[in-house]
Design a protein around this ligand. Structure first.
Ligand SMILES: NC(=O)c1ccc[n+]([C@@H]2O[C@H](COP(=O)([O-])OP(=O)(O)OC[C@H]3O[C@@H](n4cnc5c(N)ncnc54)[C@H](O)[C@@H]3O)[C@@H](O)[C@H]2O)c1
Length: 271
């Protein structure tokens, strides 16, 4: 096999779903993959399969993210690609968009949990890696947001708002560092057949729903992972795995008020 373009990669949330598919795709390319997940046993299973490295990691813990980067670079050399893929969504609780309870633990505010995992984890990864990547003249930061970060996830305000913030943070990174050799990509998928839409790993089912919604155009995680890696390597900033999202974004931008009206009607249909 030729020398891989990406020698060392870290994938957060690599134990399941899209992250697991990203690990498998990168390993197929010859990359040494670090599977980092809060679910330690899932990370170990994936890492064993790929001859990679498993790391227990809670991405909402900045010190843990910084230590992981330090440890991996000492043991395996520069991280060429860091994929901040771990993400959470809980659906709106009993008081709808303003609900508080029921994040990672029953007493957590779901908004705090979403901010930490969906946004601050991307900031923590960038804080740990940007100085290193600047010094060596490049690297890839790939941040998995969601189509909800460009449009809206009906029935999950905290997920929607934090995924918008994740897109905005990636834009800031790309504007600031894009001409230094650091390639920043943000990924905005619509529905993917993972546990997040109620589909267990390896179930082969495509029949899921997000926060009680039906979802259109469900894609398999393997297909999504191939698009993400190919487009990140090609240097693309906005990675739309589901092409219809571009049309929806254009409609929203051309008449925001009309788009809100359409979403209100869509929401009523889902009730
Ligand atoms: N499935 C979809 O339809 C869809 C659509 C758009 C975007 N996304 C995004 O894709 C990413 C991957 O989601 P998925 O669909 O594969 O879901 P998933 O639930 O199958 O996988 C998420 C992974 O993240 C890990 N994780 C959760 N919290 C963590 C934490 N604090 N620290 C470390 N790891 C943590 C989980 O253990 C799991 O392995 C998420 O950011 C999600 O928001 C998913």
């Amino acid at each position: 096999m030729n020398e891989p373009k990406i020698k060392v990669a870290v994938v957060t949330g690599g134990g399941h779903g899209i992250g697991r598919a990203l690990c498998r795709r990168l390993a197929k390319d010859g990359t040494m993959v670090v599977v980092a997940d809060i679910d330690e046993s899932a990370a170990s299973i994936v890492a064993n399969e790929l001859d990679g490295v498993a790391k227990a990691l809670d991405v909402s813990d900045e010190q843990a993210v910084a230590s992981l980067v330090e440890d991996i670079e000492i043991a395996h050399g520069p991280i060429d690609m860091f994929i901040s893929n771990a993400g959470v969504g809980y659906g709106d609780g009993s008081s709808g968009a303003i609900s508080a309870e029921g994040g990672m633990h029953p007493i957590d505010d779901r908004w705090d949990a979403c901010w930490k995992v969906n946004v601050m984890a991307h900031v923590y990864a960038a804080r740990a890696l940007v100085p290193r990547m600047l010094e060596r003249g490049g690297g890839h930061l790939v941040n998995v947001a969601s189509a909800a970060g460009l449009l809206s996830q009906i029935g999950d305000a905290a997920y929607t708002a934090t995924k918008h913030a994740a897109v905005a943070f990636a834009e800031s990174l790309a504007i600031e560092y894009g001409d230094t050799g650091i390639v920043v990509s943000v990924v905005c998928p619509q529905a993917v057949a993972t546990r997040m839409v109620g589909i267990e790993d390896d179930s082969d089912s495509m029949d899921g729903g997000f926060a009680g919604n039906d979802v259109d155009g469900v894609m398999r995680p393997e297909a999504v992972a191939d698009i993400i890696v190919d487009e990140a390597l090609a240097g693309r900033f906005l990675i739309l795995t589901h092409p219809q999202v571009a049309t929806y974004v254009q409609r929203k931008a051309s008449d925001h008020d009309r788009w809100i009206g359409g979403m209100q009607r869509f929401r009523k249909k889902l009730l």
